[in-house]
Design a protein around this ligand. Structure first.
Ligand SMILES: NC(=O)c1ccc[n+]([C@@H]2O[C@H](COP(=O)([O-])OP(=O)(O)OC[C@H]3O[C@@H](n4cnc5c(N)ncnc54)[C@H](OP(=O)(O)O)[C@@H]3O)[C@@H](O)[C@H]2O)c1
Length: 345
C-alpha cells in the first residue's frame, strides 16, 4: 500500500516581472504506477535556476518542451528509483534529471529527460545534483572549454556568489588565475573572498567601470558573464588586448520588457576580443569529462559545493523568486527529503 501522495507545483498563469505566489498552482495526486518500460522516481532535491521563470512564461527555451497553463513546472532533481519495469534502471539506483516540480514521477527514461546515474562517490545528493549537475557543468564547460584560462590571467566573474559563479571562481583559482568577483552586497563579497577571490566588487554601490579599472589597472583577460546589462558594459571598458568573454547568462535583463542593448560593443573590435556564448546541453556528449574533473576537485577539497538549501516542497515558489532578488548564496536547491550524507544543519 502507498501512504504518500504526489505533490506538484504547476503554472497557474504567466509571470509578469518576478514570480509571485499567484503564478503557481499546488496540486496533489495519487502516486502513479509505472507501466512496461517505465520506472517510478521519488525526488530528494530539486535544483533552482533563473530559466524556470522563462519556462513558466511558455518560452521554448533551454531545450525543454514549452509549458502550457496547468503543466507541472520543469526542474531537474535527484531521485531514487523505487519501482522499475525498465531494463536499464534498477530499484535503488539514484539519478538526476528532468523530474519536474513534483515529489514522484513515472518516466520512460527518454533522451529529453537527460537522466544520469549518480557517480559512486561519498558525497551528498545535493552536491551530486548541484556541483556535479547542470550548475557545476555550466561552470566547467563555460569557464574551462570556452574561457580557455591560462595561469596568471586576470579573470572577472559576475554573479560570483550565485550557483554557477561560486563554482567558476574556485575553478579559476585552481587554474592559477587572479580572480575578481562581482556580487551584490558586503555579505556576498565576504563569501566570494572566502572562496578564493583576490578582489571583490559590490556592484550595488558606486561605478562598476571605475571599480574594475582600479582592480585591474592592466585590463581584463577573461570575463565570465552571468548578468549582462550594465556590468557587461562596464567590463567592455576595461578589456586587455586579445581578451575573451564567455556569455553564460544575463539575469539583469531577464525581467526587462525590452532588450538592454549594449552600446559599447565596438570595444571588442579595438581589443581583438572574442565574445562567445555557450549552452550547457550542447556539451552533453562530454558530461563524463566534466563529472570526472569536478569530482576530483571536490574530493581533493579544491572545490567547495556552495549550497543554499531551502527546506521543503512548499518552499519552491519563493526559492525561485529569490534568484531574482539575490537572496540565494551559491547553488539554490530545495530539499524534499534528507539523504544519508546530508549535513545535519
Ligand atoms: N548558458 C548556460 O547553459 C547556462 C546554464 C546555467 C545557468 N545559466 C545562466 O547563468 C546565470 C547564473 O545562473 P545560476 O543558476 O547560477 O543563478 P544564480 O547566480 O545562483 O542566481 C541568481 C543571482 O543573480 C544575481 N542577480 C539577480 N538579479 C540581478 C541583477 N539585476 N543584476 C545583477 N545580478 C543579479 C543575484 O546575485 P547578487 O545578489 O549578487 O545580485 C542572484 O543571487 C544566469 O543568468 C543563468 O540564466 C546559463
Amino acid at each position: 500500500m502507498r501512504e504518500d501522495r504526489n505533490c506538484q507545483w504547476r503554472v497557474a498563469r504567466r509571470p509578469d516581472g518576478n514570480v509571485v505566489a499567484a503564478d503557481f498552482q499546488y496540486t496533489e495526486e495519487d502516486i502513479p504506477f509505472p507501466g512496461d518500460g517505465e520506472f517510478l522516481l521519488k525526488t530528494y532535491y530539486i535544483n533552482l535556476a533563473p530559466v524556470m521563470r522563462m519556462y513558466m512564461g511558455g518560452e521554448a527555451i533551454a531545450g525543454e518542451v514549452p509549458l502550457a497553463i496547468g503543466d507541472v513546472i520543469h526542474g531537474r532533481a535527484v531521485a531514487e528509483i523505487i519501482e522499475s519495469r525498465h531494463p536499464d534502471y534498477q530499484v535503488g539506483d539514484f539519478v538526476h534529471g528532468q523530474c519536474g516540480w513534483q515529489t514522484y514521477k513515472v518516466s520512460k527514461g527518454t533522451k529529453q529527460e537527460k537522466f544520469r546515474k549518480l557517480p559512486d562517490l561519498d558525497i551528498s545528493y545535493s552536491a551530486a545534483l548541484g556541483a556535479l549537475g547542470m550548475t557545476g557543468f555550466s561552470a566547467y564547460f563555460g569557464f574551462v572549454d570556452c574561457g580557455r584560462p591560462q595561469a596568471g590571467d586576470i579573470v572577472v566573474v559576475s554573479g560570483a556568489a550565485g550557483g554557477v559563479g561560486s563554482q567558476v571562481i574556485q575553478i579559476a583559482r585552481l587554474k592559477g588565475c587572479h580572480v575578481i568577483g562581482i556580487a551584490g552586497g558586503p555579505g556576498k563579497c565576504e563569501l566570494i573572498r572566502s572562496l578564493g577571490c583576490d578582489e571583490t566588487i559590490d556592484y550595488k554601490t558606486g561605478n562598476i567601470a571605475e571599480k574594475l579599472a582600479a582592480a585591474c589597472p592592466d585590463g581584463i583577460d577573461l570575463y565570465f558573464d552571468n548578468v549582462g546589462g550594465e556590468t557587461l558594459t562596464a567590463v567592455l571598458e576595461n578589456l586587455r588586448m586579445h581578451s575573451r568573454i564567455v556569455l553564460c547568462g544575463s539575469i539583469s535583463e531577464y525581467l526587462l520588457d525590452k532588450p538592454f542593448g549594449l552600446s559599447n560593443y565596438t570595444r571588442l573590435r579595438r581589443t581583438n576580443t572574442t565574445m562567445q556564448g555557450f549552452f550547457v546541453y550542447n556539451h552533453v556528449d562530454d558530461f563524463d569529462r566534466a563529472e570526472h574533473d569536478m569530482s576530483k576537485w571536490l574530493q581533493s577539497g579544491q572545490l567547495r559545493p556552495v549550497e543554499h538549501i531551502f527546506d521543503g516542497f512548499a518552499a519552491l515558489p519563493d526559492a525561485l523568486a529569490s534568484l531574482y532578488t539575490g537572496t540565494n548564496h551559491g547553488i539554490a536547491l530545495v530539499r524534499i527529503r534528507r539523504g544519508p550524507n546530508d549535513n545535519e544543519e
